[in-house]
Design a protein around this ligand. Sequence first.
Ligand code: AMP
Ligand code: MG
Length: 409
Amino acid sequence: MLVSVDDYREAILAGLEALDPITLPLADSHGCVLAEDVVSQWPLPSFDNSSMDGYAVMVGDVSSASEASPVTLTVIDDVPAGSRADVALRPGCAVRIMTGAPIPSGTDCIVPVEVTDAGTESVEIREQASRGSYIRRAGEDVIVGDVVVRSGTLLSSRQLAVIAAVGKGHLLVYPRPRVAVLSTGSELVEPGTPLSKGMISDSNSFLLVSAANEAGAQAYRVPPVPDDAEAFTAAISDQLHRADLILTSGGVSMGAYDTVKEVFSSYGTVEFTKVAMHPGMPQGHGVVGESDDERIPVITLPGNPVSSYISFQNFVRPAINKLRGLGSTDRPRLAAEVTKPLDSPQSKRQFARGRFLDDGRVEPVGGGQGSHVIGGLAQADCLIVIPEGVAHVNAGDTVDVVDLRGDVG
Ligand code: AMP
Ligand code: MG
């Protein structure tokens, strides 16, 4: 009996909760999810200040100013940004002022330096000005007590800026989940090693570590483990004290030497399931640990690289999102016209690899849709989803597409 993609994802998510929040310095919080509301302790701007380099004046003193007949005012002071002096403007006078500097008392408006002769003793003003112009008022952006960023927000540069502006140096955030990635297979060697008979380079761990990091985790790679129960058990047990989530690849199908399946049949509470999707049917998830309070979630992915990737997108990415305190964050989906026909197993949801053309249509890529076609995966920037019950789509049909662009910034 096959389990649907959606039910299987729900089953994985039901067993997970967000990690405990921690306090981090502001600079280290980038890409984390905020676990508190950030409230402003002062207004933004915090004081009335100039939005231009220019002159603080009274409107009445410059009401007759024009290019043909400028008004001359005496410059009585100079106020740079950061000035602490209490400066008072007097009628008939001007104060030279820089962008961001506090407004002298008695000022009605700022005249930009561009419409003056830029004088330092006296200044010629060549344009009228209206009351309030080029003055940024205290609190016009944020007032005291405003929530500037809400709990649950994924922190990007834009939010870090306002948090810094309201003077908060440390934040309560959900940590990035530590994800251990462990490839299994006696055929695996390190990339860079020449291939001897029957050997292949371990590509899955690189795929999964980078995909997990793209999803906001702090992932790391454990060297490949051969198909040996003792070695695999030792490698898992080694990760229990450092990982928030363990991902394995390989060893979960129906063959002999499917070590992951064999070991987890008696170690931890991992259940193996056949999911109605292609590629990526054999799946497993559960928890492992050596005591009751040490229950580390494990997701066992199939070994074929494309299966591993599709499984990652469907199951692991949502799991990482939940651990890092994010709500529902599916990858963007859109409808697009497909350029070539595609076949799909009727009883399964197929995730075919595709690529966007400039005109918005989507072209299937790779030499076929086999789960080993890793060259095709590299050409893809989207997944074409062919739902259960559909065995064929024609060229020109509109299909549902998962947009994979924007993984790396
Ligand atoms: P398995 O799920 O272990 O039966 O593996 C299925 C297929 O995926 C086999 O052809 C494996 O050689 C291949 N495979 C398994 N693990 C990896 C890996 N880490 N990198 C690349 N290919 C792999
Ligand atoms: Mg294997």
